[in-house]
Design a protein around this ligand. Structure first.
Ligand code: ZN
Length: 243
């Protein structure tokens, strides 16, 4: 293989390596996985909030229930006390007290009913959230597997490309390789062009006959007078065969 062909092959490999890197960076699976993980974190926070709401309702309900039990025993105590009453005023006071306690019991029962309904709703929300979290968790795991599988293919490809690159680099004189790398950096990997007829394949500016003459002396690996890429000329034998 001529050094010109080796350079062109190296360029092809380097472009493939760039595409490989871009593919890794831009894998939709990677973005999708990040999006799902974020969604999971958001849902986890919401689950914590729901737990807090449910605990508050439970505490409130326990407090109301205790208040009701206390009021009920107050009613009982009042009734025991009332059994021995004969005085008219004392009986009236007792009836007032009992009526107050009954109102309080009503209010407490109403609040307990309301809180119980809220607790049922909070528990239902938590159950729905637990299911949603489990579903999302499974989806995150599946996405992570897909990402690993696809990235694995890309990484294996990169390893192969790098091995072939190392072989090619070995065949190229050091100064030419250094020049190739510098030009490649300037042209985003497109460092080498082929001369086809009188046109370089990358910049495609037709060369003048005098420039064509100059290039003949430069050998197979020359420099494009326009864009200064590395210009590979067909070897003279092939050129003569074409003519
Ligand atoms: Zn050029």
């Amino acid at each position: 293989m001529s050094v010109g062909t080796t350079l062109l092959n190296l360029q092809e490999l380097d472009l493939a390596l760039m595409r490989n890197q871009e593919a890794l960076d831009g894998m939709p699976e990677v973005r999708e996985l990040a999006r799902k993980r974020q969604q999971y974190r958001t849902l986890k926070l919401e689950a914590q909030r729901l737990l807090g709401v449910r605990k508050d309702v439970e505490i409130d309900l326990a407090d109301l229930t205790a208040q009701r039990a206390q009021t009920e025993s107050m009613v009982e105590a009042a009734q025991v006390q009332a059994a021995g009453l004969t005085d008219y005023r004392a009986v009236r006071d007792f009836e007032n007290e009992l009526s107050g306690l009954a109102k309080r019991l009503d209010k407490l029962s109403f609040a307990i009913e309301k809180r119980t309904a809220e607790l049922d709703e909070a528990r239902a929300q938590e159950t729905r959230m637990t299911k949603a979290l489990a579903k999302l968790e499974a989806s995150v795991r599946a996405e992570a597997d897909r990402t690993r599988a696809k990235a694995g293919d890309l990484l294996a490809e990169r390893e192969k490309l790098n091995a072939r690159r190392a072989d090619l680099v070995h065949e190229i004189p050091m100064d030419l390789f250094t020049r190739y790398e510098a030009v490649a950096k300037r042209f985003k990997g497109m460092a080498v062009e082929r001369l086809v007829g009188n046109k370089p394949s990358a910049c495609r500016v037709a060369l003048q006959p005098s420039q064509m003459g100059d290039l003949k002396h430069a050998g197979e690996v020359a420099e494009c007078p326009y864009c200064h890429r590395i210009l590979i000329r067909p070897d003279d034998a092939a050129e003569e065969a074409q003519a």
